[in-house]
Design a protein around this ligand. Structure first.
Ligand code: GRG
Length: 310
């Protein structure tokens, strides 16, 4: 087992480039599938928003959530056709959140994945509509018969995604994050953990739970894994905001401090934030190891989360 000598050793031997190649291959597979689900619509009323949706979805991005959901499906014996549908749906939901997050009313970002954001390349109204359409597309994909022959399963996927993305999940996390600006001194570590469990954690958790949900299996292990992974993912994002640069992240950095945002780093400091991410990844690996050898890709994903520089 990859972790038999502890996380430090596993990280030393972890080949980040090799895993990035695995992620890229999976991202390519998902992009091909999304390309079929959202083909160009030249000379129609749908032409513009279809183009902007494709721009937001098909121009890079690690597709980590698709990877996680597809692995979860594989581990729990769910077929590849379903996994591709589920992975495509979560990437539509994730891309919607990024397009809206980049808007001037939110994070006001001009660069995403190394390219102009949708509202910069087109305009704000187009970006709002692009996000709206991507969100609807996510639910449409889950509702398709190709996703699962059992309508109860499809309905459960739709319901859990609505809970993860809406007021019970990402939207409330995003709202709390906006409120946390200029609150560096007021928000404490528990507040940040709670906020991030909603903002970044909810879609990561949904992705991890698709396998057990579709296989009617207990989801405790995957949920604990995803909770730790989601927080570590966010801490690494905060670290990249401080230590990264536009060339590797594809977006502007050093934004959190300028915005006076309460983050893991503003509260814990850089070194302690790194220790916290490390310990969360240790926990996520420990728990997922209980699944047995089938969990090896999820362990690699966890190692990638704290090794990544983009
Ligand atoms: C607008 C309702 C609404 C929510 C937005 C996800 C989000 C909530 C905001 C994004 C802000 C942000 C940078 C969060 C940190 C974690 C995160 C989601 C990073 C971006 O995800 P990656 O690294 O991006 O998976 P790629 O480009 O690889 O898809």
């Amino acid at each position: 087992m990859i972790l038999s000598n502890g996380l430090g050793k596993a990280l030393q031997h972890f080949n980040t480039c090799e895993f990035e190649k695995t992620l890229k291959d999976r991202a390519y597979q998902i992009e091909l599938h999304l390309n079929k689900l959202i083909p160009p619509k030249p000379n129609t009323i749908e032409e513009t928003i279809t183009e902007t949706m494709r721009y937001a979805l098909l121009n890079g991005g690690k597709k980590v959530r698709a990877y996680l959901s597809m692995e979860s499906c594989r581990i729990y014996g769910i077929n590849i056709k379903t996994a591709l549908q589920v992975g495509s749906a979560i990437e539509c939901m994730h891309s919607y959140s990024l397009v809206h997050d980049d808007l001037p009313a939110m994070d006001n970002d001009e660069l995403r994945r190394g390219l102009p954001t949708v509202h910069v390349k087109w305009d704000e109204a187009t970006a709002i509509l692009t996000g709206d359409a991507l969100q609807c597309k996510a639910f449409e994909i889950l509702s398709m018969e190709e996703t699962h022959s059992d309508s109860d399963k499809r309905s459960k996927l739709i319901q859990t995604m609505a809970l993860a993305a809406g007021v019970d999940g990402m939207v409330s996390g995003q709202n709390a994050d906006i409120q946390a600006e200029n609150q560096t001194n007021h928000i404490n570590i528990d507040g940040i953990v709670n906020l991030q469990n909603y903002k970044t954690g909810a879609l990561i958790r949904w992705s991890a739970l698709t396998g057990p949900l579709l296989a009617n299996q207990d989801h405790t292990i995957m949920e604990t894994y995803a909770n730790c992974l989601g927080l570590a993912f966010q801490i690494q994002d905060d670290i990249l905001d401080v230590e990264g640069n536009v060339n590797n992240t594809g977006k502007m950095t050093h934004k959190d401090q300028k915005a006076g945002k309460g983050t893991f780093i503003s509260i814990l400091g850089l070194d302690e934030a790194k220790r916290k991410a490390y310990s969360l990844i240790e926990q996520s690996c420990d728990v997922v190891t209980q699944i047995g050898p089938r969990s090896s890709e999820l362990i690699k994903l966890a190692l990638f989360v704290i090794s990544r520089n983009n």
